[in-house]
Design a protein around this ligand. Structure first.
Ligand code: SF4
Ligand code: SF3
Length: 518
């Protein structure tokens, strides 16, 4: 085992005996093997023109890459089943594995440290891309150019390529990532309407409940439809919070609130919830025995020994979850706040005149993008302090579970514009780019010319993809924390620092100066 794909990876070596996330060495090795089969399949089918076969292959590649994203799937059998699908696709393509000889890890991708690091950056970006594309295609969106890029990039991982060629592939990954995020945004709106400013309670009610976590809105839709009128309340958790802002979900009066915080607190919060929990994607953790029997996974999420709800003809049957909930006590209260959400691009741009006026009048001096991930390390308290100590004429633009570090602080508003503009899930980082582009147009500049700073928190590989999207858009001087990725070699880190001005975090006061926040 050698895994270094997430921010919590062991410093220096990456995780080598067991993952900090709980992933066993055997599972990590099996995931590497699965990725190796995807690389082989992509290389072997480069000339294939059978579109039905390619569609099947693409769907397998997207699901498999997503399953290996941090905190998505801890079920060895599911990984082995996916390998068996690879084997059968390989056979049907009339090809045999040839590139690998018993070792599969990211360490085998290149003997040169910098080239290996660039290949890892690409692979982790591809995992993020697969996750975004997966969310779009469950809503029946399709763009064959996105999956064609995934196959091209996967097949490049075992080729001898120069640093320039690998940097170009990483930038292309960012470009394709922006396309996938735009596609997802389009289909979310098409299916569920344009997010609107919405207030969400975090308190617990008196009826039994089901908690739904992860990012998959289609799963939420099916759960709401099947549970309406059942007497069971539905609560969102973690990255499902933004769902409350979609008009399509507001018609369900049993969608009552958001329970809990970011993923890393789930062991305590799921225990206290008392009812069943549905994990639709990352981040799900290996559960405590106290709630293991109440936990269900679905889609790409999986945990050995935890019941998985599979789709049959596109429908998932949540009746067992709903019946279980009816016999459970109501959730224990852990919080009592009201969160204001729903600032995706359409809603925020509806306020554009007000925002532009506030900037021109000097009431808003700076915007700070603080999107990304939350995580369990104590050092992440930095983001709470950073938000708390920002000058009062600063507005935070956020998306992703990073927001839980400051979305319950009372940061107030500037002439009615909230100081935390929450665009939604990490999937909705695209909204922040649309908002920034619109502001740049209004002020006759580009994004780098705006009074806008980036202080991004990352944990998993969707955030790696978002970083590649931002770099490909030419955005400079991004602060990235709480640590720079372990998989960046000193040489690659230098390139990112010199060409893009990427920097790590230190202390809020010093970082505000670096980020031009006065
Ligand atoms: Fe370690 Fe992160 Fe990999 Fe888990 S996902 S094994 S914590 S690097
Ligand atoms: Fe969070 Fe896992 Fe990244 Fe969607 S839920 S942002 S970490």
């Amino acid at each position: 085992m050698k895994c270094m794909q997430c921010e919590e990876s062991l410093a220096g070596t990456g995780c080598i005996k067991k993952g900090v996330c709980g992933k066993s060495a055997e599972l990590a090795d099996e995931m590497d093997k699965l990725i190796a089969t995807l690389i082989e399949l992509s290389s072997a089918t480069i000339e294939c023109r059978n579109t039905d076969f390619i569609r099947e292959l693409d769907s397998h590649i997207v699901d498999s890459l997503f399953m290996t994203l941090s905190n998505t799937n801890f079920d060895m059998q599911r990984i082995k089943d996916a390998e068996a699908v690879s084997d059968s696709l390989m056979q049907r393509a009339g090809k045999r594995y040839s590139l690998f000889s018993g070792t599969y890890g990211v360490d085998t991708y290149d003997s040169d440290e910098d080239l290996r690091s660039l290949k890892q950056l690409l692979l982790f970006g591809l995992k993020g891309l697969a996750a975004y594309y997966h969310h779009a295609y469950v809503l029946e969106a399709e763009d064959a150019t996105i999956t064609a890029f995934m196959r091209k990039a996967l097949s490049s991982l075992m080729k001898t390529l120069s640093a320039e060629e690998l940097i170009a592939l990483n930038m292309e990954c960012g470009e394709v990532g922006a396309k996938a995020m735009a596609l997802l945004d389009e289909y979310n709106v098409r299916m569920y309407g344009k997010p609107e400013i919405t207030q969400v309670r975090t308190s617990a009610g008196t009826r039994p409940g089901i908690l739904i976590t992860g990012h998959d809105l289609k799963d939420l839709e099916q759960l709401l439809e099947q549970s309406k009128g059942s007497g069971v309340d539905i609560y969102t958790h973690g990255e499902m919070l933004p769902a409350h802002a979609y008009p399509a979900f507001k018609k369900y009066d049993n969608l009552v609130g958001n329970y809990g915080n970011a993923w890393y607190l789930q062991k305590d919060e799921f225990e206290k919830f008392n009812g069943p929990i549905v994990a639709t994607t990352n981040c799900v953790l290996i559960p405590k025995d106290s709630y293991k029997d109440r936990l269900f996974t679905t889609g790409t999420a999986g945990i050995q020994g935890v019941k998985n709800i599979e789709a049959k003809d596109g429908r998932k049957d949540f009746s067992e979850v709903i019946e279980m909930a009816k016999n459970c006590p109501a959730p224990a209260p852990i919080d009592d706040k009201v969160l204001t959400i729903g600032f995706a691009h359409d809603q925020t741009l509806a306020l554009a005149d007000k925002i532009i006026e506030a900037v021109k009048a000097g009431a808003i001096k700076r915007f700070v993008v603080m999107a990304g991930c939350d995580g369990r390390e104590k050092v992440r308290e930095y983001y709470t302090r950073f938000a708390e100590t920002l000058p009062k004429d600063t507005v935070i633009l956020t998306a992703g579970c990073a927001k839980y570090k400051y979305n319950k602080l009372d940061l107030g508003d500037i002439g009615g514009i909230p100081r935390v503009i929450d665009a939604g899930q990490c999937n909705d980082c695209y909204s922040l780019v649309v908002i920034a582009n619109a502001l740049a147009d209004a002020f006759g500049t580009d994004i780098n010319g705006l009074p806008l700073s980036f202080n991004i928190a990352w944990y998993e590989q969707k955030a790696v993809l978002v970083l590649l999207v931002l770099l490909n858009l030419g955005i400079k001087n991004i602060m990235l924390g709480p640590r720079l990725p372990v998989f960046l070699s000193p040489g690659v880190a230098d390139v990112l620092v010199e060409n893009f001005g990427i920097k790590g975090i230190s202390e809020p006061t010093a970082d505000r100066v670096i980020l031009n926040i006065q």
